[in-house]
Design a protein around this ligand. Structure first.
Ligand code: SF4
Length: 81
């Protein structure tokens, strides 16, 4: 089963990404206000490898902050934790 990216932005906020020196729950510096990557053509491999999956539907919420929190909660993670 394949899942289409919902362009919700949560995967650019929730995870820590060492390549980008990005901490848990902190929006990536390259995330635009439209939830699109502003360096899409030059984004690191870790971002290129990320695939949408069922999590993208499980974390649906009205705001980006809520979606990112739900994403972290699924993995038992909290920002700064
Ligand atoms: S570089 Fe782009 S795709 Fe990767 S986390 Fe940042 S905004 Fe998202």
């Amino acid at each position: 089963m394949t899942f289409a990216c919902t362009m919700c932005g949560a995967c650019c906020v929730g995870p820590d990404i060492s390549t980008l020196n990005k901490s848990l729950g902190v929006p990536c510096a390259h995330l635009g206000t439209d939830h699109r990557c502003t360096i899409y053509d030059e984004r690191p491999q870790v971002c290129r490898d990320y695939q949408a999956d069922e999590l993208c539907t499980l974390i649906a919420a009205d705001t980006l902050e809520e979606r990112a929190e739900k994403l972290l909660a699924i993995f038992g993670l909290t920002p700064g934790g």
